[in-house]
Design a protein around this ligand. Structure first.
Ligand code: NAD
Ligand code: DAU
Length: 352
C-alpha cells in the first residue's frame, strides 16, 4: 500500500485531489496535514468522512516535531505539498505569512523527508517529494509564446516570489543531497470548493446576489484556465511517473481575458436562473492589482510527451459544471463566507 503525506488538502485543489485519489486507487493511505486557515475547510472533505484510507491531521507544515512524528508513524512513500497561502491579493497586503508557510513550511517538509528517507549514503527506494507550484513563478508573458519548463524564474508578487523560493529549495535538496523530487507548475484552476476570493467563485457568488463584480483594471489580463480534476490527474501522474529532478508545467492551453470569464458567468447565470437583474451592468472596473501580471500561458508539451497527460475538460463544459456546483452548494458558500469573510472583502475593496 502506497502511503502519502499530503498537505493543505482541506483547501481547494487538495480536497479535489483527495476525492480523485480515493476514487482512482483502491490501496492507498492519505495522511492529510492541514492547518485549517481561512482557506481550509473540513466541509470540503465531508464526502470522504468514514473512509479509513484518508486520515486528517490538523497542524502546521512548519511544525517540525509534528511532521517528524508523522513520518515515524506512517513511513511515507511520497510527500505532496499543496499547503500554501495562495492568494496574490493577500500577499500584497500581508507578505510575511507567505514566507512562513510557503518557504519555511516547504523547507521543513524537505528536511523531515530527508531525515526519514536518507539511509547510509543513499536514499530509501521508491520515495518521492512532489512540490505543487505555479506558473506565476515565471512572471508575465507578452502577447506571444508560452511558458516552458526552462523559462527563467521571474516572479513579481510576494506570493509568486515565495513559491519560486520554495521551488529553489526543492531543487537544492535534489542537487545537494540527491533527494528524489518533482515540481509541477500549474496555471489557474477552477472547479468545486474554491474559496470565493478567487475570480470565478467570487464572481458567481456576487452575481447571484446582485452585488457588483470588481474587474481589476481593463479586464484584459489573460489567465490559462484548467479544470481542477485535470490538475489532480496530472499530479498523480507526475507522482507515479515523473522523472527524478524534473519540472512539469501543467496548463489548460486555454487562455481567456478576465472580462470574458466574467461575461460568460453573467450570461450563464442570467439564462439559467432566468434573473433579469443579472447582467453586465453589475461589472465594475476597479483600481488594478499592484504589479498585476498581464498574461500567463502554458503549452503542456512536456507532460503530454513524457506522461501522456492532457486536459480532458473543455472550458465550455468546465465552466457550466462549476457554475452548477456552486448553485447546488449554497450551504457550502454560506459556510465559507461566514466569520471574517465580509470584513476581509470590505477591507479589500474599500479603496477601489
Ligand atoms: P487554498 O488556499 O485553497 O488551500 C490552501 C490550503 O493550505 C488550505 O487548506 C489551508 O488551510 C492550508 N494551509 C495554509 N497554510 C498552512 C500551513 N502553514 N500548514 C498546513 N496547512 C496550511 O489553495 P489552492 O488554490 O488549493 O492551492 C493549492 C496549491 O496549489 C498551492 O500550493 C498553490 O500555490 C498551488 N497552485 C494553485 C493554483 C490555483 O489556481 N488555485 C494554481 C497553481 C498552483
Ligand atoms: O496561475 C496560477 C495562480 O492562479 C495560482 O498560483 C494562485 O494560487 C491562484 O490564486 C491564481 O492566481 P491569480 O492571481 O491568477 O488568481 P485570481 O483568481 O486571484 O485572479 C485571476 C485574475 O482575475 C487576475 O488577473 C486578477 C483578476 N481578478 C481577480 C479578482 C479576485 C479581478 O479582476 N477581480 C477580482 O475580484
Amino acid at each position: 500500500m502506497k502511503k502519502y503525506l499530503i498537505t493543505g488538502c482541506a483547501g481547494f485543489i487538495g480536497s479535489n485531489f483527495v476525492y480523485y485519489m480515493l476514487k482512482k486507487h483502491e490501496d492507498i493511505q492519505l495522511v492529510n496535514l492541514d492547518k485549517l486557515t481561512y482557506a481550509g475547510n473540513l466541509e470540503n472533505l465531508k464526502g470522504v468522512e468514514g473512509d479509513a484510507r484518508h486520515i486528517f491531521v490538523q497542524g502546521d507544515v512548519c511544525d517540525k516535531a509534528l511532521v517528524q512524528k508523522l513520518f515515524a508513524q506512517y513511513d511515507f512513500d511520497c510527500v505532496i505539498n499543496f499547503a500554501a497561502e495562495s492568494h496574490v491579493d493577500r500577499s500584497i497586503t500581508n507578505p510575511e505569512i507567505f514566507v512562513a508557510t510557503n518557504v519555511m513550511g516547504t523547507v521543513n517538509l524537505l528536511q523531515c523527508a530527508k531525515e526519514a528517507w536518507q539511509q547510509g549514503g543513499g536514499w530509501a527506494p521508491g520515495k518521492k517529494y512532489l512540490q505543487v507550484s505555479t506558473d506565476e513563478v515565471y512572471g508575465s508573458l507578452g502577447a506571444d509564446g508560452f511558458f516552458t519548463e526552462t523559462t527563467p524564474l521571474c516572479p513579481h508578487s510576494p506570493y509568486s516570489s515565495s513559491k519560486a523560493s520554495a521551488d529553489l529549495f526543492v531543487m537544492a535538496y535534489h542537487d545537494t543531497y540527491g533527494m528524489p523530487v518533482n515540481i509541477t507548475r500549474c496555471s489557474n484552476n477552477y472547479g468545486p470548493y474554491q474559496f470565493p476570493e478567487k475570480l470565478i467563485p467570487l464572481m458567481i457568488n456576487n452575481a447571484k446576489h446582485h452585488k457588483s463584480l470588481p474587474v481589476y483594471g481593463d479586464g484584459m489580463n489573460v489567465r490559462d484556465w484548467l479544470y481542477v480534476e485535470d490538475h489532480c490527474k496530472a499530479i498523480d501522474m507526475v507522482a507515479e511517473g515523473g522523472r527524478d529532478g524534473e519540472v512539469y508545467n501543467v496548463g489548460g492551453h486555454n487562455e481567456r481575458p478576465n472580462i470574458f470569464i466574467v461575461q460568460t458567468i453573467l450570461s450563464q447565470l442570467h439564462d439559467q436562473l432566468g434573473d433579469e437583474e443579472i447582467g453586465e451592468n453589475l461589472i465594475q472596473h476597479v483600481t488594478d492589482r499592484l504589479g498585476h501580471d498581464r498574461r500567463y500561458g502554458i503549452d503542456p508539451a512536456k507532460i503530454r510527451a513524457e506522461l501522456g497527460w492532457y486536459p480532458e475538460t473543455s472550458f465550455e463544459l468546465g465552466i457550466v459544471k462549476t457554475i452548477n456546483w456552486y448553485l447546488a452548494h449554497e450551504d457550502w458558500m454560506e459556510n465559507v463566507t461566514s466569520g471574517n469573510y465580509q470584513k476581509y472583502y470590505d477591507e479589500m475593496y474599500k479603496n477601489r
